[in-house]
Design a protein around this ligand. Structure first.
Ligand code: ARG
Length: 470
């Protein structure tokens, strides 16, 4: 009796329910269904299906008519999803089965031929790769825009002096432009990691089928080419179980979020009253509900914090993948949420940093005054003693230390010591010493390649624009 019941009556899945008498329990559906998040891969899923269908028709595995009907139907499904009229069903588990079931409603029997010579295993691997590839391209674009803003501001501030820090103590004067270009280099390395990841990712799993390949005469080169992949993957077992590209994406995402958090932390500090270097525009500042005077850099604080989510995503997927036997395991469904969350997080962080740095203003007077504090030109004095007076560097270092101590007891800067006072420490010193003591002289002298001299920075900004913005 039961065996005569239709699948509908038993509640078994219409897609894989052939051998099932009953449908999944509500709890099974809850833990199993991924449609709540993998619906985001609808465009990739449909693109993959269209490539597969065109190949099946060309190879004569399905008829030309069926091929045409499927392609047309997939376009309709795509339009429905884009228009927001598509009814996603958890009972259909995931994006792959939701699309296929709707296709069957739209075009009837021919829809059942689309899944010839493929499996959801190669299908999902293809979809995730396409999605990650799109995310990589989007992140690269976002980083390029952020670099453009930083380069622009660096060129404008090539000659504006600020303190350079080591140990967050004033170390030597640098220029603001030089400081901003340091971030441009950091982000440039992130972009080169994005390129590496993209190049290694770009092989097509489609046609690996469930795990072993297929007996149908498919053309994997054709589907790979249609989807913008360089080649099909070489081993079907590896193809359906590999998520290295996702791990690489999350690894580079983690490093990128480290960079953004460093930038964000400096933004928070620079906007404080204590530093007073930087002021964000109103649209990137928030007020306090109790303290009317406050301008808080919440966006920067959040960028600083959101690195934690991205690290979490990397950790999640590393842990999912660890010890997973070949080939596909449902564990792999857990790759998506960390990927989506890391990408979403980074997109908003990059955009926020871009917005903040586009409009921020700098207190150049304060930065310059601050650059002179903390005996920041002591190294210039020591270098001068070596260059002009022939002292060994170690001795020059010692002499300068004594002069710093003297200035410190007097409560003045090095340039405020009289010549007599200086000579009381080192008789070889003459009035030329004052030429190296101001912060302007200091930065101007740092002409070595990659150094902070304003002319260098002007050139470096131009060169960075050529390297990164073309
Ligand atoms: N939703 C699944 C995933 O994301 C699709 C693949 C399911 N494959 C299977 N054999 N059950 O991994």
């Amino acid at each position: 009796m039961t065996s005569k019941k239709s699948k509908k009556e038993t509640g078994a899945s219409s897609i894989w329910g052939g051998r099932f008498a009953g449908g999944p329990s509500a709890l099974m559906e809850k833990i199993n269904a991924s449609i709540a998040f993998d619906h985001r891969m609808f465009a990739e899923d449909i693109a993959g299906s269209k490539a597969h269908c065109a190949m099946l028709a060309r190879q004569g595995i399905i008829s030309k008519e069926d091929g045409k009907a499927i392609l047309g139907g997939l376009d309709s499904v795509l339009r429905e999803i884009e228009a927001g009229t598509f009814d996603f069903k958890a009972s259909l588990e995931d994006i792959h089965m939701n699309v296929e079931a709707r296709l069957a409603e739209l075009i009837g029997e021919a829809a059942g031929r689309l899944h010839t010579a493929r499996s959801r295993n190669d299908q999902v691997a293809t979809d995730v790769k396409l999605w990650v590839r799109g995310a990589l391209d989007g992140l690269d674009e976002g980083l390029k825009t952020l670099q453009a803003v930083l380069i622009d501001r660096a060129a404008a501030h090539a000659g504006d002096i600020m303190p350079g820090f080591t140990h967050l103590q004033s170390a030597q004067p640098v220029t603001l432009g030089h400081h901003l270009l340091a971030y441009v280099e950091m982000l440039g390395r992130d972009r080169s990691r994005i390129r590496d990841c993209r190049a290694r990712l770009n092989t097509s799993p489609l046609g690996a089928a469930a795990l072993a390949g297929t007996s149908f005469p498919i053309d994997r080169e054709m589907t790979a080419g249609a989807l913008g992949f360089d080649a099909p993957t070489a081993n079907s077992l590896d193809a359906v179980s590999d998520r290295d590209f996702a791990l690489e994406f999350l690894s580079l995402a983690a490093i990128l979020s480290v960079h953004l958090s460093r930038m964000a932390e400096e933004t928070v500090m620079w906007c404080s009253d204590q530093f007073g270097f930087m002021r964000l525009t109103d649209d990137f500042s928030t007020g306090s509900s109790i303290m009317p005077q406050k301008r808080n850099p919440d966006a920067a604080e959040l960028v600083r914090a959101k690195a934690g989510r991205v690290f979490g995503a990397l950790n999640t997927l590393l842990t999912v993948m660890k010890g997973l036997p070949l080939a596909y395991g449902k564990d792999l469904q857990e790759d998506k949420e960390p990927l989506f969350d890391a990408a979403d997080t980074l997109f908003v962080c990059i955009a926020a940093m871009t917005g903040m740095y586009e409009g921020a203003t700098f207190d150049l007077v304060r930065m310059k005054a601050d650059a002179a504090r903390g005996f920041s030109t002591a190294t210039d004095l020591a270098d001068w003693l070596v260059r002009a007076k022939g002292l060994p560097f170690r001795q020059a270092h010692h002499v300068t230390g004594a002069l710093v101590k003297l200035a410190e007891t007097k409560g003045c800067g090095l340039e405020d010591l009289s010549l007599e006072e200086m000579q009381s420490v080192e008789s070889a010193i003459n009035k030329d010493v004052y030429n190296v003591l101001g912060v302007e002289n200091s930065v101007k002298s740092r002409v070595s390649f990659g150094g902070t001299a304003p002319d260098n920075v002007r050139k470096a900004a131009k060169e960075a624009a050529k390297r990164f913005l073309k």
